[in-house]
Write a protein of this length. Structure first.
Lengths: 140, 397
């Protein structure tokens, strides 16, 4: 079964997917990613958009070999649970060998192609994480 | 006035790849057994709850199809869905119907025919048990991937190993080898398991429950009816329920399932079981081992072991018969099989038979307190049901 990526849906999620936009509840202080218009904990509708830090720590990971149809060519997929400040994000890990992954390692966000929808469909981009480059910046 | 509720009949099909039957025939194998055991007439059934997750099923409306084939057309019915814990949810629905006085006799059926869809479709569908549009579509997060994140975090925090996970599979295959209804009634070794291919590291093929066709059924009855038709009722003593966030990023901890802890606390409170020492009260448990890591977390979430010490229970063989508390003597989801909608009801059937001393030699637990526990999880702790069954009539209804 192939999925058709929805154009309106892709447009709606561009903030969180491209720029790590989250929502901070001004009432209870919790941060939600992906962002939402109301806080599911305290019910407040007073939330503001915040941008999550682009560097974080790998809290858990998996190397997924049984990959769903449509993404088979990417197998194995490195999957990470990344802590960015007070928030966790589930995202793909890229530019890494499975053997170098460790819980607690530092990672940084990069924008990559997540998936494309058949021949004529749209291409969706989004944030992935890679092991933090030594020296702080690319090529440094 | 609230009333007590008993299981008066049980039925269980052979689990496995059941290409020999259609979904209604598969359901009937359990319905017929359960009605025969209960010694009631089909016409006495007031309502039928049908647990089925579906999505790939050969029948989009399995409740009416299964009931019609069983000659139960005319009985009020509905499909019940709570992901992999649908079976326990259906039992709760039946329990509530009788407890409230709305019904006297209820059929609770679970049936799933998963092998009529190609595996990728099933895996994809189960993946959607999470926060589908976010985590699956954007990140390709599969269901084994969810539990793998838990396994990695648990192993890193507490020092459990892949061998420890495999020991859960070895135990459950051992007991499945004694259960003729199991999908995989054969023993395996730790080496077998360790050498199996990775599905989502650190989880290997033998850490994962299979794709299964199967059915299970129970007949529930009010105390009044139970007294008349049987001298060996099994009572539903308490049911604890909870849910968790559908968004993994929002979980606070990846070494336990918060919903399971909440459901256990509620069930223990209702049943009068000391949450500090539940193993003193419980003779046998069936827990939701969709992946081996899930069984280890279940030991801790149910209070059989302290947080971080669940893996020691399996390492020291404390969950075999003769240990601290025997767990998954049916073979569990891992080796008995996991036909999603039937699983919670299969737990009820096997535990009822355990309490009555009716299961096969070699996998019968010693019954001292007459109390058994079922732990049934939907998704990755999205839904949780903990059900306590007992031979003694509950003090309060
Ligand atoms: Zn809030």
């Amino acid at each position: 079964m192939s999925m058709d990526l929805s154009v309106p849906e892709t447009w709606r999620v561009k903030g969180p997917l491209y720029r790590l936009e989250a929502a901070r509840c001004k009432t209870c202080g919790r941060i939600h990613y992906p962002p939402m218009p109301a806080c599911p904990y305290c019910g407040s509708r007073d939330l503001e958009r915040v941008t999550l830090p682009s560097e974080g720590v790998l809290e858990s990971y998996s190397v997924v070999y049984a990959v769903p149809e449509g993404s088979r060519h990417k197998a194995p997929v490195l999957l990470g649970l990344v802590r960015l400040g007070r928030v966790r994000v589930v995202a793909e890990i890229t530019d890494a060998d499975p053997s170098e992954l460790r819980t607690g390692m530092e990672v940084e966000a990069v924008l990559r192609r997540i998936r494309s929808d058949r021949e004529a469909g749209i291409i969706r981009y989004g944030v992935m994480f890679r092991p933090k480059l030594k020296g702080g910046s690319r090529g440094g | 006035m609230a009333r007590r509720v008993a299981i008066i009949g049980t039925g269980h099909s052979k689990f496995g790849v059941r290409n020999d039957v259609n979904i209604a025939e598969l359901a009937y194998e359990s319905i017929r057994q359960a009605i025969d055991e209960a010694g009631i007439e089909p016409g006495e059934i007031d309502f039928a709850f049908v647990s089925n997750v579906g999505g790939w099923s050969s029948e989009p409306l399995p409740a009416v199809v299964a009931l019609e084939y069983a000659g139960l057309t005319g009985v009020g019915t509905m499909r019940v869905e709570a992901a992999c814990s649908s079976g326990s949810a259906a039992i709760k629905a039946g329990y509530d119907a009788i407890k409230s006085g709305e019904a006297d006799i209820v059929l609770v059926l679970g049936v799933e025919k998963m092998n009529e869809s190609p595996t990728p479709t099933v895996v994809e569908f189960i993946g959607r048990a999470g926060n589908y549009f976010w985590e699956f579509q954007n990140f390709g997060l599969t269901f084994p991937g969810y539990y793998a994140l838990y396994a990695t975090a648990y192993m890193a925090k507490y020092g459990a190993t892949e061998e420890d996970l495999c020991k859960v599979a070895v135990k459950n295959h051992y007991y499945a080898s004694l259960n003729p209804k199991a999908q995989f009634p054969r023993k395996i070794t730790v080496e077998h398991c360790m050498q199996s291919r990775y599905i989502a590291w650190p989880l290997k093929l033998f850490d994962c429950s299979p794709i299964t066709d199967g059915s299970a059924a129970v007949i529930l009855a009010s105390e009044e009816v139970a007294k008349k038709v049987t001298d060996s009722p099994v009572w539903i003593k308490a049911i604890g329920t909870a849910s968790g966030t559908s968004n993994l990023s929002r979980r606070t901890d990846f070494t336990h399932l918060e919903a399971a802890r909440k459901a256990a606390a509620m069930a223990y409170k209702k049943a009068g079981i000391d949450p500090e020492n539940p193993v003193k009260y419980i003779d046998v448990a069936e827990v939701h081992d969709c992946f081996t890591i899930a069984e280890i977390m279940a030991y801790e979430d149910l209070g059989f072991a302290k947080p971080g010490e669940g893996y020691k229970l399996i390492r020291e063989e404390q969950t075999y018969i003769g240990g601290l508390i025997p767990v998954n003597l049916s073979g569990g989801l891992k080796a008995k099989g996991h036909p999603l909608g039937a699983t919670g009801i299969s737990m009820a059937v096997d535990l009822s038979r355990q309490l009555l001393g009716r299961v096969e030699k070699g996998r019968q637990a010693p019954i001292k307190n007459g109390v058994a526990l079922a732990h049934n999880i939907g998704g990755t702790g999205h839904y949780a049901y903990v059900t306590i069954y007992s031979l003694d009539k509950p003090r309060e209804a």
